[in-house]
Ligand binder design. Sequence first.
Ligand code: XUL
Ligand code: CO
Length: 441
Amino acid sequence: MTSGFFGDIKPARYEGPDSTNPLAYRHYNPDEILLGKRMEEHLRFAIAYWHSFTWPGGDPFGGQTFERPWFPKEGSGETMEHAKLKADVAFEMFSLLGAPYFCFHDADVRPEGDTFSESASRLDEIADYFATKMSETGVKLLWGTANLFSNRRYMAGAATNPDPDVFAYAAATVKHCIDVTKRLNGENYVLWGGREGYETLLNTDLSRELDQLGRFLSLVVDYKHKIGFKGTILIEPKPQEPTKHQYDYDVATVFGFLQKYGLEKEVKVNIEQGHAILAGHSFEHELALANALGIFGSIDMNRNDYQSGWDTDQFPNNVPEMVLAYYQVLLGGGFKTGGTNFDAKLRRQSLDPQDLLIAHIGGMDCCARGLKAAARMIEDKALGGPLDERYAGWKSPEAQAMLSGKRTLEAIAARVVTDKIEPQPKSGRQEYLENVVNRYV
Ligand code: XUL
Ligand code: CO
């Protein structure tokens, strides 16, 4: 028995590029093999619970636009019955889409209780409900996380709050959410530092707050090992929203932070497309940097409006950009425990149940197109060949000796004189390479 929310819509199938069926895949073909691996295993799609099932369609100028049978009537609170109906519909959607994973915050899935213990026991009850649905449908948990930003207790931060009681409450919350994530065989645990930042130095001790955040993360890592949680701990960088100065601004900032607290081998990053752009980078820059630093974990896939400068969390639809993103994912060896989580929501006028399906199907298809093109570029060494050529000079024994520390500055200087070295500039061939990429898109 289904909830009936999606009417008689049938599961989305791959129908090939010529299909005009809005509820079919034109590119996402889970069983298609790319670089020796099934497409489903490359992409590891996950659905974000919060945007599709919890967010009511509000914006700063207006409230709820979506009417969902699991939303409480105006003036009344969410009950566990609402939360279970929401779970029923969520799992129906995962199955209709053939999405292998989902992700959730504690606050998305259960009504907040009057006390910490009441909130925790409600989450446990929903986790049991999830466990049954997960075994019925085969849908798995990509990651769990705690919402440490919406409740007013976190307005001045969670781990970085001036009040140690808030630090303790947040620690207890994360401990419980990791327990639940482990119980549901989650493959990662995410920490997005929603309010871990500040508005003004007039009331902020920045150095103390960084130490608090470092301690908090160390506690989380220690606990993970203590309970034998095999998943990856992921930090999700984001600049300037909601606080003016976020401590986890971008990949480079997060790496510096991890190194300072000795955690760079323990924690990886979950990189979100829109957050990368807000930080003044491209998505592929953030991915390439995380690969270079050895901290790449997972991605939140979406897009922002390039004019508004907000984190609008739209569904991705720019294939040329996605090719370059998946190219970096593949170069790094692909996802291990991570995956492609749609941290994306409908526009608030998209009221219909099928809008939810169409949005995800379109996003999954764009990812599949990006991945297919990226895989062909790797097979053909379309960019790898020219790149090898560009750096080929470094293969010479003298160049290797400079790089490995076998030459002093004086020795290098002497050789420039004796060998009469006068470097000859070579073309970077950017336009040629851009044209090469366009052949694959
Ligand atoms: C906020 C954001 C979060 C995290 C999880 O911008 O991306 O939804 O992904 O807390
Ligand atoms: Co995100």
